[in-house]
Unconditional design. Structure first.
Length: 250
């Protein structure tokens, strides 16, 4: 707390004690009362603790959109709806869709703004179980020439936003970013998910032994000055996508 602010608070409390001792005592009791036992652990969590808790206990089993599992951090999901409303893309390219919960979420957001389609790209579909008139599906390796060519044809003449949530190894992410960044429209976004794995240690529940999306983004930006990191999209701090909201500026 800044020193001037602390002095102002002390002055106000002293003034209250002189003018209304009973109110001062009531305030002091509220200030000193303990957090109820069932919420004590919650109140002492650090940001790191929360992220590990969400990763271990929530994201894979208890995070759903309209009954479909969606492996997303809810803080990032909120940012997505802001971006989609602002950009109003004709096309969202989603690389990696898993069971399709996030794909359906994006389709419903497009319903709300009244335009656009989402193209789901995944190498296999054994667990993908969503259907919606705004969802198109491409099954195949995201970086294969055939897949990229299909996407290129779909993107022609359209405003496009790209979300990468596929293979998280640095090499694959970087390959996909290079292949798909040209499809992103001016003022739109190339979003790289799960760079958080590079900020944690292997074995702690999030970290891995291989470089991932965060490091891929750093390499990508060195050769692509037409994109910048939009740090405003990380304002809730608890993001899975550090340096992952890339905005095309030229």
């Amino acid at each position: 707390m800044p020193r001037i602010e602390a002095i102002n608070i002390l002055f106000k409390r002293t003034k209250l004690f002189i003018q209304d001792p009973r109110k001062f005592i009531q305030d002091a009791r509220r200030f000193l009362r303990p957090v109820p036992g069932e919420y004590r652990k919650w109140s002492s969590m650090s940001l790191k603790d929360w992220l590990l808790y969400h990763q271990k206990e929530i994201v894979f089993d208890k995070c759903h959109w309209m009954g479909k599992r969606a492996f997303k951090n809810p803080f990032d999901a909120w940012i997505y709806q802001e971006i989609i409303y602002e950009v109003k893309p004709d096309l969202i390219i989603e690389i990696g869709s898993a069971e399709g919960g996030s794909t359906l979420y994006f389709a419903h957001l497009l319903d709300i703004i009244g335009k656009g389609k989402i193209v789901s790209i995944d190498i296999e579909r054994s667990k993908f179980n969503v259907r919606h008139r705004r969802i198109d599906v491409i099954t195949g390796d995201s970086s294969s020439p055939e897949t990229v060519a299909k996407v290129s044809r779909l993107c022609r003449g359209r405003s496009v936003m790209v979300i990468h949530d596929g293979d998280h190894s640095k090499g694959q992410v970087l390959k996909d970013l290079k292949a798909y960044s040209n499809f992103v429209s001016m003022g739109s976004y190339l979003i790289v998910e799960d760079g958080i794995i590079d900020l944690f240690k292997p074995g702690d529940g999030i970290g891995t032994y291989v470089d991932g999306p965060y490091n891929a983004v750093n390499d990508f930006l060195e050769d692509h000055p037409n994109f910048i990191v939009d740090k405003e999209r990380e304002r809730y701090i608890m993001t899975y996508n550090p340096r992952g909201f890339l905005k095309r500026i030229k």
